[in-house]
Design a protein around this ligand. Structure first.
Ligand code: OOG
Length: 254
């Protein structure tokens, strides 16, 4: 596990075969920067198989998630077309290791973002937002990891389901958001939990991307991070997320 390419290959295999592996940081210490390099190589393996980048996700933008996972910094990962779950799709949980769902807010980029932007710039770069569900599935045994491990693992990403795109509203700082399983609420919170304002997640991502000279492209999406803790997915469940004023999105597990 000393070689960084090996870690990315092992993570890729763990994901494609739904088989958990040990946390690499238990065998070798590596920095946050090295962790993002491993993530980059991991994504490259997916792109080499023909997948395309559809957007980015932020993680640990809320205290609820940081506390649930025992970490203390914001992280970001890459979304690809292969991860998309269509609304009302039926998904087979056997393709995952130990999947969890989170209710989220998604944004759509309308103009390339090539530098750090501010909250005031957002209407120039983002045209729509939607309620979303993110499915996360750590490749590590028992869903346990250090910050470096989870970054290397592309921030546990595996799936995303986006509701109907809607026009932006000026103030989205404190909207109720919830996750339901078979119409029963299993997680609920408020968008304020996401960096005090979900739009702030776009600002943070633009800063992180600018540091790497990465352009966030028109048409790509941004998942702002969960406002609540994540919930284990179970078979035969109607999984739905609702964001007040932005409707609902759902998929079903087989
Ligand atoms: C890491 C991903 C965290 C979020 O929204 O905070 C995340 C994990 O908890 O496995 O997606």
């Amino acid at each position: 596990m000393n070689n960084k390419t090996t870690i990315s290959q092992q993570l890729d295999k763990a994901a494609t075969t739904a088989t958990p592996i040990a946390q690499p940081s238990e065998a070798v210490k590596f920095s946050l920067e090295e962790a993002y390099n491993i993530q980059h190589k991991l994504i490259q393996l997916r792109l080499d198989r023909g997948e395309t980048i559809t957007g980015y996700k932020l993680g640990f933008t809320s205290k609820a998630k940081m506390q649930q996972m025992g970490v203390d910094d914001l992280i970001w990962g890459v979304l690809t077309d292969n991860m998309e779950i269509k609304p009302d799709e039926n998904i087979d949980l056997n393709q995952y290791i130990h999947p969890r769902a989170e209710p989220e807010v998604a944004f759509r980029i309308s103009n390339d973002i090539a530098q750090e932007i501010t909250l005031n710039d957002i209407p120039q770069y983002i045209d729509k937002m939607a309620v979303a569900i993110e499915v996360i599935d750590s490749r590590y045994k028992d869903f346990k990891f250090s910050l470096e491990d989870v970054i290397a693992d592309n921030c546990s990403s595996i799936g995303y389901c986006i509701g109907q795109w809607q026009d932006l509203k000026e103030d989205i700082t404190n909207l109720p958001i919830q996750l339901t399983f078979n119409d029963k609420t299993v997680q609920s919170g408020f968008t304020q939990a996401i960096l005090d304002n979900p739009y702030q997640s776009i600002v943070e991502l633009s800063r992180l991307a600018a540091e790497k000279n990465l352009v966030l492209k028109k048409g790509q999406i941004i998942l702002a991070g969960a406002a609540t803790a994540a919930e284990w997915l179970k078979p035969k469940t109607k999984v739905s997320a609702e964001l007040k004023g932005f409707g609902e999105v759902r998929f079903n597990t087989l």
